[in-house]
Design a binder for this molecule. Structure first.
Ligand SMILES: CC(C)(COP(=O)(O)OP(=O)(O)OC[C@H]1O[C@@H](n2cnc3c(N)ncnc32)[C@H](O)[C@@H]1OP(=O)(O)O)[C@@H](O)C(=O)NCCC(=O)NCCS
Length: 178
């Protein structure tokens, strides 16, 4: 298995992985729109391959704090997708880890995700609401722990807070129902 950045020419592979993983077109269409969205840039789009077949994809897109605090650079992880026959083999975890490693070497301070609260804490994510970060749309109390954050720099958490504004293509209520 190997992981590398997806090139612009690999859109079909990316969308195929998204459709297979989720079993419908919603996330594939979201990814297609995010990759064209200027407000999402810069993006980090990684593909995982097994025997040269694309089996996993992860996308990180730019976000910002509503109060326009310039002290922190933000991204949102969405979506993460592994094709069914390659799930539960650690590939999702490796895509998260590689993404975080690359982002920590670039300009990123905080990574947010709305996802399974039993899965992402294994890779360092913590509930974001308690740390002062509001999601782009309100998350019901019973799912509050699904909105998570991870700091890639020391001292960022505590020095900034507020509502997170995501890229335009992701800024729709339908994507924020966990
Ligand atoms: C969720 C997903 C990305 C995980 O990727 P993966 O490569 O299968 O996961 P890993 O192999 O890294 O980790 C497997 C572990 O995660 C757990 N896990 C997988 N999906 C989970 C879920 N929906 N909720 C909680 N835990 C989950 C597995 O039970 C497994 O636990 P174990 O190690 O105790 O057996 C993948 O199953 C997938 O693409 N699912 C369909 C799309 C989706 O739901 N994407 C996530 C959007 S937030």
């Amino acid at each position: 298995m190997y992981i590398r950045e997806a090139s612009d020419l690999e859109l079909d592979e990316v969308l195929f992985v998204e459709r297979e993983a989720f079993g419908h077109d919603v996330e594939a269409e979201l990814v297609r729109q995010l990759l064209e969205d200027p407000s999402a840039k810069p993006v980090l789009s990684l593909l995982a391959f097994v025997k040269d077949r694309a089996v996993g994809h992860i996308l990180f897109t730019k976000a910002r704090l509503e109060k326009n605090q310039t002290k922190a650079s933000l991204v949102i992880l969405a979506p993460l997708a592994i094709v069914p026959d390659s799930q539960k083999q650690g590939i999702g975890g490796k895509l998260i880890e590689r993404g975080l490693q690359l982002l920590s070497k670039s300009w990123v301070d905080l990574v947010f995700v709305l996802g399974h609260p039993e899965y992402y804490p294994r890779h360092g994510f913590k509930p974001a609401g308690r740390l002062g970060f509001e999601a782009p749309y309100p998350i019901p109390d019973e799912h509050a722990d699904a909105w998570m954050v991870q700091a890639l720099r020391p001292d960022v958490i505590g020095s900034v807070n507020g509502k997170v504004i995501c890229a335009d293509a992701l800024n729709k209520l339908e994507y924020w129902r966990e």
